[in-house]
Design a protein around this ligand. Structure first.
Ligand code: PLP
Length: 380
C-alpha cells in the first residue's frame, strides 16, 4: 500500500460490532467478563482499549513498522524508552534537542544513574568516539529544532548496529510522510503526535513504533506497568487527523518552500534555515532521505536586537504567536525566549539560537496570505 492509502486505511477495519467505518470511541475503563479471566481480549483500559489499538495499528502502518504504541504525550513516549535502561547505562544524543527531551534526560534520568553525552550530530561520525561498552541508546532528531540541521539516519544506524546499541529517532518534525527511519535502520521511531500526526492543535499525544518483537514486548510492558496511556477520545482525534496527513503535508511543504524562498529574498532577513536550499549544509542528505522539506522554517533578522524580533512577532496577524507546531494553522515562535529560554545565552547562541531567530510552523492557509502577513510584519 502506498502512503495516501495507508494514511486512510492503515491498520483499520470496520468495527466488528456494527461495521462503523470509523473506530468507535470505547470510553470505558473496564469490560464485562463471563467468568474470571474469560473475556474478549479486553479486561482493563490501561492495558487494552480498542480505540487506542486502532490508532496504534495506524501508527505502525504509517512508519512501515510492526508494532505501534500510543502514550499520553510525546514526553511520556520518550519516558517509556528511557525506562528500558538501567543505572550506569549511557546514552548518546544530539546537542540540538527538543528542550523537554533534554530536561527529561538531565533533570530526571541523570539522577537515576544514567549518563548522557551530547554531541554535535552534524558530524555524525564523531558519535563513535563516545561509544563505550555501557552505551545502550542513541537518541536523535532530524530535522532539528529550531536550526533545521539534518542528520544522516543511515550513518547513525550503521554505527548503532556495529556496536549493538538501540537507535531511537524523534520523527516529529519530518513525519512518516517525509521519512520512515525504520526503513533506514532505526530501531525505535518516536512522535509527538501532538504536532503533525494529530495536525489540528487539539490533542496532546505520543507514539512509538518498532519492528522487533522482543523490544515491542518490553515497551508494551512499560506502557501498561507505568500507565502513561492516552484516552480513547484523544485516540479517535488523532486517528481522524492521520487520515489527512498526506494532503496536509503536501500543502505544508508547498507553503514552507514558498515562504523560505520569500524570506531569503527579503532585505530585512539575514539567514533562512530550511533544508530545501541548495546551500543548506546538509541539503544532499535531506534530499536523499526525505521526500520533501516540510513546513518548518527558521530565520534571523538583519537587525539583531531582541526588541526588533519581538516587534515582528507582535506585527504578525495570520501567524499566531504560540508554542507547538504542525497544526493546520500557521504559528510563530521565538526560540530564545520560549522553547530555549532556560539555556544560558552563550550556550544558546553557540547553537545559532540568537535573539533575532524566529521559527515558523507554516500552516496550510493560502501562501499569498502568509507572505502578505510576513511582508507587513517585516517592514521595520
Ligand atoms: C513537542 C515535541 C516533543 C514533546 O511532545 P509532547 O507531546 O509535547 O509531550 C518532543 N519532540 C519534539 C521534536 C517536539 O516538537
Amino acid at each position: 500500500m502506498k502512503f495516501n492509502t495507508k494514511a486512510i486505511h492503515g491498520g483499520q477495519k470496520p468495527d466488528k460490532a456494527f461495521s462503523s467505518v470509523m473506530p468507535p470511541i470505547y470510553q470505558t475503563s473496564t469490560y464485562a467478563q463471563a467468568q474470571p479471566g474469560k473475556h474478549k481480549g479486553y479486561a482493563y483500559s490501561r492495558t487494552h482499549n480498542p480505540t487506542r489499538h486502532a490508532l496504534e495499528s495506524a501508527f505502525a502502518s504509517l512508519e512501515n513498522g510492526k508494532f505501534g504504541l500510543a502514550f499520553g504525550s510525546g514526553l511520556a513516549a520518550i519516558d517509556a524508552v528511557l525506562k528500558l535502561l538501567k543505572p550506569y547505562d549511557e546514552v548518546i544524543s544530539t546537542s540540538d534537542l527538543y528542550g523537554g527531551t533534554y530536561r527529561l534526560f538531565t533533570n530526571i534520568y541523570k539522577d537515576f544513574g544514567i549518563k548522557f553525552h551530547f554531541v554535535n550530530m552534524e558530524e555524525a561520525m564523531s558519535i563513535e568516539n563516545y561509544v563505550t561498552s555501557k552505551t545502550k541508546l542513541i537518541w536523535i532528531e532530524t530535522p532539528t529544532n529550531p536550526m533545521m540541521n539534518i542528520i544522516d539516519i543511515e550513518v547513525i544506524a550503521d554505527i548503532a548496529k556495529k556496536h549493538s546499541i538501540l537507535f531511537a529517532i524523534d520523527n516529529t518534525f519530518a513525519t512518516p510522510y517525509l521519512q520512515t527511519p525504520l526503513d533506514l535502520g532505526a530501531d525505535i521511531v518516536m512522535h509527538s503526535a501532538t504536532k503533525y500526526l494529530g495536525g489540528h492543535s487539539d490533542v496532546i499525544m505520543g507514539a512509538l513504533v518498532v519492528n522487533d518483537e522482543e523490544l515491542a514486548k518490553q515497551l508494551y510492558f512499560i506502557q501498561n506497568a507505568s500507565g502513561a496511556i492516552c484516552g480513547p477520545q484523544d485516540a479517535f482525534l488523532v486517528l481522524r487527523g492521520i487520515k489527512t496527513l498526506a494532503v496536509r503535508m503536501q500543502r505544508h511543504c508547498e507553503n514552507g518552500a514558498a515562504i523560505a524562498k520569500y524570506l531569503a529574498s527579503h532585505s530585512n532577513v539575514k539567514d533562512v534555515y530550511w533544508p530545501g536550499f541548495d546551500n543548506h549544509p546538509n541539503h544532499t542528505v535531506a534530499k536523499s532521505q526525505m521526500k520533501d522539506y516540510g513546513g518548518m522554517v527558521s530565520f534571523t533578522l538583519i537587525s539583531e536586537t531582541y526588541e526588533t524580533a519581538i516587534k515582528v512577532l507582535e506585527n504578525l496577524r495570520v501567524f499566531t504567536l504560540a508554542e507547538s507546531l504542525g497544526g493546520v494553522e500557521s504559528l510563530v515562535g521565538h526560540p530564545a525566549s520560549m522553547t530555549h529560554g532556560s539555556i544560558p545565552k552563550k550556550d544558546r547562541e553557540s547553537l545559532g539560537i540568537v535573539d533575532s531567530l524566529i521559527r515558523l510552523s507554516v500552516g496550510i492557509e493560502d501562501k499569498e496570505d502568509l507572505i502578505e502577513d510576513l511582508e507587513q510584519a517585516l517592514d521595520f
